[in-house]
Design a protein. Structure first.
Length: 231
């Protein structure tokens, strides 16, 4: 079995959920107009002013979906969730589990944990200038790992590095602009990769939310994904 696809999504149909100790829950948020009911006035104002329909639907579903899931863990109504942001943009809710969100191609993936977490997802078919971007943002050994390959293998390896790096800087809270060049990645064949950030070790778990997507989960200490839910 492909270690990157060794899981099944469980449809969440209501009820209480508890986060496992030293574990992570992964959520797939599917675009749905139902989730718009959970937006607050500021989010709804922004939603209504997004011109691109796909971006508008993705934004509304992501924000509404996050509120829905946070409400599950906090046992409150989604409308009661007070979403805030750290200085450099990482979202949080006081009293809620740690969480992080990423989206691509109309699909949104969120990670929830008792400890800080970062997650990133990209389309496996995304057109990339692998060599140019790797030369700009990667360490020398990472660049070598990309450039020794050709064609689709080069692009896929680049994307594996990329989602790991983005997950690391999202874990840190520093964001792409401040942190990407400091995120180091050592890819493993089974997806249980390793990384480093500003002198601190990072545990990485790569997975495939769908056959056409690549994703990575980043945590400071090794953890396991103990549940894959979708709404």
């Amino acid at each position: 079995m492909d270690p990157f696809l060794a899981f099944e999504w469980i449809d969440y149909e209501g009820g209480e959920l508890e986060l496992p100790v030293r574990g992570v829950h992964i959520w797939l948020i599917r675009p749905s107009p139902i989730l718009l009911r959970y937006l607050n006035s500021a989010e709804l104002w922004r939603y209504e002013r997004i011109v691109n329909e796909d971006v508008r639907i993705s934004y509304g579903s992501a924000q509404g979906g996050l509120r829905r899931i946070v409400g599950v863990y906090m046992r409150v109504r989604p409308e009661e969730v007070a979403m805030r942001r750290e200085e450099r943009g990482k979202p949080y809710v006081a009293g809620a589990p740690e969480f992080n969100l990423s989206h691509t191609s109309g699909r949104m993936i969120a990670a929830f944990s008792a400890e800080p977490v970062g997650i990133d997802v990209e389309s496996a078919s995304r057109a990339v200038q692998a060599g140019d971007l790797a030369r700009k943002f990667f360490f020398e050994d990472e660049l070598d790992g990309v450039m020794k390959l050709d064609g689709s293998d080069r692009d896929l390896t680049f994307l594996r590095y990329w989602v790991c790096k983005e997950a690391i800087v999202k874990l840190s809270g520093d964001g792409i602009y401040y942190g990407l060049r400091h995120a180091r990645v050592d890819l493993a064949a089974d997806g249980r990769s390793h990384g480093g950030y500003q002198g601190r070790e990072v545990s990485l778990r790569e997975f495939r939310p769908a056959p056409d997507l690549v994703a990575a989960l980043a945590t400071w200490e090794p953890v396991e994904a103990k549940g894959f839910f979708r709404i």
